[in-house]
Design a protein. Structure first.
Length: 347
């Protein structure tokens, strides 16, 4: 069995694309080059592993699909790209299954765009890291559909099944980015840029600084002194902003409570003017134009327009056009941020 340090897996591809909130591309580089010891599994990871058979059983009971554990599969042209889906469906050669567990609080969380982190059951509106992971496994196995079964650990143990279709173009871009990352940084053991700071990255940089054994005198280097002073100023500003944020939030909640409001919605119009609407429940509640939201997501991802059939393909039949394209466009925006010359061969 090959060690995980010898290849890029599904979660690694999400991190390299900048879509994994728990790991960065720099973290992937550290692990593959042996700069850090493998991290101890967290309680959430242990719980997920223990509950995987339970989630799979619930899925099988709900869908009547028969399952088998999947083996690690590698790309036929790039042996350093691999992945291990949780299960393959025996009665459907085009379907695989990923099992996840999550806190019930996740159901109420939103992404940076203010949209639900987890959409309605049956849609592909899932966190981008899971969306990319499923795309990677479908690309490696040749399967064209993935079901993501999730047990949300709340009082009712909410169980949902999300449906994700294979996107060859997105997979090709993800694959190209992973191949380039391997060749550019992992093989020559050259440090990649730090995309965002995680605890593992911070610890690595501290160890590296301590190994250097060089003591710097800020008073003898004006640029260093300026950076140290600026950092101190930012630290004070951050604390003041956090205090102001908490005070303003309390005032706003009190203002809303006095008026029986449940939600505040604001938006910029004409580039500078800001309008604010305070909403309550029941009659007269604003209705979101989900079709417009989907088009805005497309524009943010770099597309000038979105074909109507593409929107319909990512919505639930008979329901309003909810923004189920969020994960797709979010991933597309990340992986198209650079221009890639590699023309990969799909597995």
């Amino acid at each position: 069995m090959r060690p995980r340090t010898s290849y890029i897996g599904g979660p690694d591809m999400a991190a390299i694309a900048g879509l994994n909130p728990y790991a960065s591309a720099f973290d992937v580089w550290q692990h593959k080059t042996g700069q850090v010891e493998p991290a101890e599994p967290t309680k959430a990871m242990k719980d997920g592993l223990l509950l995987e058979p339970v989630v799979a059983g619930m899925y099988s009971e709900a869908t009547r699909h028969s399952l088998k554990h999947a083996k690690t599969v590698f790309h036929k042209d790039h042996s350093f790209i691999g992945g291990t889906p949780d299960f393959l469906c025996l009665d459907d050669p085009n379907l695989l299954l990923e099992c996840k567990t999550a806190s019930g609080r996740m159901l109420a969380m939103q992404d940076d765009s203010g949209l639900p982190l987890w959409g309605d059951e049956g849609t592909d509106m899932v966190p981008a890291a899971y969306f990319v992971q499923c795309q990677a496994y479908m690309g490696l196995t040749g399967r064209r559909r993935a079901d993501l079964a999730v047990m949300f650990k709340n009082d009712d143990l909410t169980f949902r099944i999300y449906r994700i279709a294979f996107d060859p173009e997105l997979y090709a871009m993800l694959l190209a980015k992973a191949v380039q990352f391997w060749d550019r940084y992992i093989v020559p053991r050259e440090e990649p840029p730090i995309d965002f700071m995680t605890p593992q990255v911070s610890e690595y940089l501290c160890r590296k600084a301590m190994r250097g054994g060089v003591e710097l005198d800020a008073n003898q280097d004006l640029s260093l002194l300026r950076m140290a002073y600026t950092l101190d100023q930012y630290s004070g500003i951050r604390k003041d902003m956090e205090a102001s944020e908490a005070k303003t939030k309390d005032s706003l909640l009190q203002f809303m409570a006095e008026r029986g409001a449940s939600k505040v919605r604001g938006q910029f119009t004409d580039g500078s003017r800001f309008t604010l609407a305070i909403q309550g429940g029941g009659e007269g509640k604003d209705v979101t134009d989900w079709s417009s939201v989907a088009y805005q997501l497309a524009l943010r991802s770099g597309l000038n327009s979105v074909p109507e059939d593409l929107i319909m393909a990512h919505t639930v039949k008979g329901k309003s056009k909810a923004p189920y394209l969020r994960a797709y466009f979010g991933a597309r925006k990340k992986v198209t941020a650079e221009s890639y010359t590699l023309q990969p061969t799909l597995a």
